[in-house]
Write a protein that binds this ligand. Structure first.
Ligand code: ADP
Ligand code: MG
Length: 288
């Protein structure tokens, strides 16, 4: 276990905003380039309860456009709960209460007028365990666009399926067997199929909850390369308990601990020069 950094904290004059991802040119550690970054998703004072148990305490985080933001921290600290807030997946869990505000391009995603189905297309999600539908590879990708009326003719759908599979780095491996079941693919391929499925409905943000933790090292490397390519077009938030992975793929990292965000910064700074003792203890493997 770590010990509280009480002695340092009284002397530190760093503004709280630096920890919350808000730009503050006077704060050390936070690279100045965040000043020009567009905030795609903004979470302010997010609190979440499961029944009586509070799982998230006043979380603040900026997720920058076309960047990869990693959410790290020990098991049970609220990473998945927070990620699910960003596309209202928690709405599906009974007895959940959420307070605070989350905006996407400045629009409150919890506004009663928001079309939640549309929101979840716009903010797609990829889970730890690949979960293709028990349908063909083609149908896994084509199903949602057809449902949403994104592509109507067979030709449009064919093109969209090819385009999405290409973007997910899977096309070359499956183009000759699109009618075989998605579930027959390897784990790594299934995960890329799930990414293709998310891409097919034209999202702007993709949330990934430990997307590689059930995969072997080679498939993991493929997913990491893919994430690096995807960030040219999409805003990505990825939960990972693999610190090397966060260091490899993410431009920004938020360290979660016991339902709070202890520290947020560009990944290099957070890993090499953490501001908080808790962060340092975690990244040096002292607990967690
Ligand atoms: P992490 O993803 O960081 O491991 P979670 O967000 O899954 O953390 O969990 C945060 C806390 O919320 C834990 O105490 C966990 O037990 C609790 N929790 C998560 N999901 C649920 C749920 N569906 N119902 C009740 N409690 C939950
Ligand atoms: Mg989790």
């Amino acid at each position: 276990m770590y010990s509280e950094a009480t002695t340092e904290s009284s002397e530190t004059t760093e503004p709280v905003t630096a920890m919350t991802g808000q730009t503050d040119s006077t704060s050390q550690g936070q690279k100045a380039d965040t000043a020009e970054k567009n905030v795609k998703v903004k979470a302010e004072n997010v609190r979440l309860w499961y029944g009586q148990a509070q799982a998230l305490h006043d979380l603040n985080l900026n997720i920058y456009e076309r960047e990869v933001t990693a959410l790290i921290g020990p098991s049970g600290c609220g990473k998945s709960s927070f990620l699910r807030c960003l596309n209202r997946m928690n709405d599906l869990i009974p007895n959940v209460r959420i307070e605070g505000q989350i905006t996407l391009d400045g629009e409150d995603i919890y506004d009663p007028d928001v079309d939640v189905v549309q929101l979840r297309s716009n903010v797609g999600m990829v889970f730890q365990k690949p979960n293709p539908f028990p349908k063909s590879i083609y149908e896994n990708v084509a199903y949602a666009p057809r449902l949403h009326g994104i592509a109507n003719s067979r030709r449009e759908l064919d093109e969209l399926v090819e385009h999405s599979l290409k973007r997910a780095g899977l096309w070359r491996e499956v183009s000759d067997r699109l009618q075989t079941p998605g579930t027959a693919l390897s784990g790594g391929q299934q995960q890329r199929l799930c990414i293709a499925r998310a891409i097919a409905v034209n999202p702007e943000v993709i949330l990934m909850d430990e997307p590689a933790s059930s995969l072997d090292p080679l498939a993991t490397a493929t997913i990491e390369e893919l994430i690096d390519e995807l960030k040219d077009r999409y805003t990505i938030a990825i939960v990972t308990h693999n610190l090397q992975q966060a260091a490899r793929v993410a431009g920004y990292t938020a360290f979660f601990h016991m339902g709070e965000i202890v520290e947020f910064n560009d990944t290099d700074t957070l890993f090499t020069n953490p501001r908080e003792q808790k962060t340092e203890d975690y990244i040096t493997g002292r607990y967690g």
